[in-house]
Ligand binder design. Structure first.
Ligand code: KG4
Ligand code: ZN
Length: 339
């Protein structure tokens, strides 16, 4: 079984072909980063127009990369939400048109479920598992029991982790997206130079909060103005340290809450591409003899292979979608249908 996945919910136009044997036959991505840099973040109107412009070519390239005629595909999966609705509509309409013309099953995939199931492209990852989903729009701890059965343990009360990285990057005069830029700059800095706050550290529950940390970083930067190169690197490193400590603390709480049923902890979303965060969460899990799985970097940030894989799991379970499925700008993971 092979599924074509399409992703257009933010600033990446992507398509991929994935098999139920977990082979990624092809994966193509056109990033819009350059178009959004002048604005310091993603502009929804520009994003939607860029998706419209590039999607057809990205799909064609994907089929060519796999040397696969589209008739060989067993289903068309697409991000149908949550996300910037203009882009989501572009992807969904293209997927519906293909599914209708080819008479193949249509699979409306929740973007967060795509991130949540990506780690299962590794055959060693079985249900259930604890999921830390950290992206530009979301920061959640989820107990993933099986396909479609998700319990939200905690989420951010304000900013998402990726959003905090992006805003701090802006404060330091770094380009969008901020995460990779901060990680790079932080390598030259001292993570203990500035004792930034660690919101909710040690508190019960699994919620997150990053806006106080973001504000503290901005105030420190303003206080030190004009910033020397070393000070910028120290701020980046100290911020990354604070956010890492918070994430590890919240995961630790979730592991305590769930007790011995947890054997695996999975990281997902763009922020999971951060090597310091990956390393520290891995260490925290190891201390508890829990397997920590983080997808390869290119599968952490937005991509279409994760959408195709979620499509495979849903198609296997007979969970196809009607062609009149309405794209959803908001769509909590906990609203999903299980088999
Ligand atoms: O999952 P993703 O590609 O898109 C969303 O669904 O939001 O996540 C994008 C977010 C951005 O905020 C970006 O700054 C952050 O992930 N990010 C990182 C890194 N790479 C991407 N954050 C920290 N360190 C990184 N290496
Ligand atoms: Zn994402």
């Amino acid at each position: 079984m092979i599924v074509l996945g399409i992703e257009t919910s933010c600033d990446e136009t992507a398509a991929a072909l994935v098999g139920d044997d977990r082979t990624i036959y092809a994966s193509q991505l056109h990033t819009q980063v350059q178009a959004h840099i002048p604005y310091g973040g993603v502009v929804p109107e520009i994003a939607a127009r860029q998706h419209l412009w590039h999607l057809e070519h990205v799909i064609t390239q994907t089929l060519e990369q796999a040397h696969m005629p589209i008739e060989n595909v067993d289903g068309i999966a697409v991000t149908a939400g949550p996300g910037l609705i203009g882009g989501v509509i572009v992807g969904t309409m293209a997927a519906k048109a293909l599914a209708a013309a080819l008479n193949k099953p249509f699979l409306a995939i929740n973007h967060l479920e795509g991130h949540a199931l990506t780690a299962r492209l590794d055959p060693g990852v079985e249900y259930p598992y604890l999921l830390l989903l950290v992206s530009g729009g979301h920061c959640q701890l989820v107990w993933v029991e099986q396909l479609g059965v998700y319990t939200l343990l905690g989420q951010t009360l304000d900013d998402a982790a990726g959003e905090a990285f992006d805003k701090v990057a802006q404060t330091l005069g770094l380009d969008y997206p901020g995460g990779p830029a901060i990680e790079k700059l932080a390598r030259q800095g001292d993570p203990h130079a500035y004792p930034f706050p660690r919101p909710l550290l040690g508190r019960t529950g699994c919620d997150f909060s990053f806006s106080g940390l973001k504000t503290a970083v901005r105030q420190k930067a303003e206080q030190l103005e004009p910033l020397q190169a070393q000070q910028r690197a120290d701020i980046a490193a100290s911020f990354q340290e604070a956010i890492t400590v918070c994430l590890v603390d919240r995961v630790d709480h979730a592991l305590t809450m769930l007790g011995t049923r947890v054997k695996t902890c999975v990281l997902a979303g763009g922020v999971a591409a951060n090597s310091v965060i990956r390393e520290r969460l891995n260490k925290a899990c190891q201390e508890r003899h829990i397997m920590c799985v983080a997808p390869p970097l290119e599968l952490c940030t937005d991509n279409a292979a994760m959408i195709a894989w979620a499509g495979i799991e849903r198609l296997h379970a007979g969970l196809t979608s009607p062609l009149d499925f309405a794209p959803r700008p908001r769509w909590p993971l906990t609203d999903l249908m299980s088999p």
